[in-house]
Ligand binder design. Structure first.
Ligand SMILES: Cc1ncc(COP(=O)(O)O)c(C=O)c1O
Length: 406
């Protein structure tokens, strides 16, 4: 039975008990990357201490057990995400590589004049690869704007579909605004218009599991490091039929059926897209992170995160002169703001002197910054392991900003 005891969970993350220059760490940069629980750290350590071997190659004991562990990691993640039977799960470096794999595969299938619908809230990872593809193939990109509260203008999004629309790619949750997009409804609509759908789940999975069968997208991508797992591992969950029709993204060992001097035939997904030695320990760590997350009561966790974000928002409001970006009710615990008396970089620097880690800058979303007519914001992003002491440290830091610049 899943439970939620935030302080007990917090104790699973050793880094959260460290200090930064004599101040307790208040880690509010979870949108950039998450911290790792001891069980994930131990599992990766354990693999190198006693299980390390290359996979899919040797008949010896270590190679066999490493292969089994790697393939069973794939099954664990499939189960955690309720991946449809028709989907394959490919281990990649992260969301960025997953999207590049898809745009690379679609290159042969799209023709000049075909259209792709994006939203203005996309991270560069779900923006630039489409732009590069569009330039190469002469495609037309549509960028859909927002309502005042930072939610997607769904009417404009629906109206953008034409008979030439081939793909709709959109984020599940905005890394700047925290906006949660209605991805199931959007996927059904786009499919009704005959378009393929890619959902960028990088910011969604840290706040609770996604049911990929229910969402129904052709491609769902995410990065391990944002879901409490190691760096350099991520997932592309994609339609098996479409993936097997893609040319390989990279070629070399382990992705082939047969190689001869006259030509090479390739395996089907997932092997087709996992050329060379993959990030074996990363895949194992990712599966362990999903096992760990599977024991959390996510309804309670979401309530907890929302409460902390509400407290932090209240503290900011009490300062005056604070502008918020992304205020829709249907959002996750990400606060993007400007405090007009100080530059975001100065705010982040002063917060750091209180041990508070936040992000300042364009958050890899420059088109969104242009749209909002700002060059940068400060972003405080919460995870289930944050607590009220983190919010108090944040508030102390913001009052220091006020004293310094006010
Ligand atoms: C919404 C979103 N998509 C994609 C990415 C890219 O993730 P990665 O750098 O791990 O590939 C990020 C990273 O911040 C993100 O927030």
């Amino acid at each position: 039975m899943p439970v939620f005891d935030p302080e007990k969970l917090r104790a699973d993350f050793p880094i959260l008990s460290r200090e930064v220059d004599g101040k307790a760490l208040a880690y509010l940069d979870n949108g950039a990357t998450s911290q790792k629980p001891q069980c994930v750290i131990d599992l990766v350590d354990h693999f190198y201490e006693s299980g390390n071997a290359n996979i899919h190659r040797g008949v010896h004991y270590l190679s066999r057990t490493a292969t089994e562990a790697y393939e069973s990691a794939r099954e664990t993640i499939k189960k955690a995400l309720n991946t449809p039977d028709s989907q394959e799960l490919i281990f990649v470096r992260g969301a960025t590589e997953a999207i590049n794999l898809v745009t690379n595969g679609l290159e042969e299938k799209l023709c000049e004049g075909d259209e792709i619908i994006l939203t203005i809230m996309e991270h560069h990872a779900n923006f630039v690869p489409w732009q590069v593809l569009a330039e190469r193939k002469g495609l037309k990109l549509h960028f859909i704007g927002l309502n005042e509260d930072g939610s997607l203008d769904l009417d404009a999004w629906k109206a953008a579909f034409t008979s030439r629309t081939k793909v709709a790619a959109f984020t599940h949750i905005s890394n700047v605004l925290g906006t949660i997009n209605p991805v199931t409804e959007m996927t059904a609509f786009a499919h009704g218009q005959g378009a393929l759908v890619l959902v960028d789940g990088a910011q969604a999975l840290p706040h609770g599991p996604a049911d990929l069968t229910e969402i129904g997208a052709d491609f769902y991508v995410f990065s391990g490091h944002k879901v409490f797992a190691p760096d350099g591992i991520g997932v592309l969950a994609g339609s098996r039929e479409i993936l097997n029709s893609f040319r390989p993204y990279q070629s070399g060992g382990d992705m082939i059926d047969r190689v001869s001097t006259t030509g090479t035939t390739f395996r089907n997904a997932p092997g087709r897209f996992e050329a060379g030695t993959p990030n074996i320990s990363g895949a194992l760590g990712l599966a362990e992170a999903f096992r760990y997350l599977g024991e959390i009561d996510w309804l309670a966790a979401a309530k907890h995160e929302k409460k902390l974000a509400g407290l932090a928002t209240g503290e900011l409001e009490s300062l005056g002169d604070v502008r918020f970006f992304g205020t829709t009710e249907n959002k996750t615990a990400i606060i993007s703001f400007l405090y007009d008396i100080a530059h975001p970089h100065d705010i982040a620097t002063i917060l750091d002197t209180e041990g508070v880690a936040v992000r300042d800058g364009h958050h890899c979303a420059q088109p969104l910054m242009d749209y909002l007519d700002v060059s940068a914001t400060v972003r405080a992003s919460f995870a289930f392991y944050n607590n009220e002491s983190d919010v108090e440290a944040f508030a102390r830091g913001m009052h220091k900003v006020k004293r310094f610049f006010g």
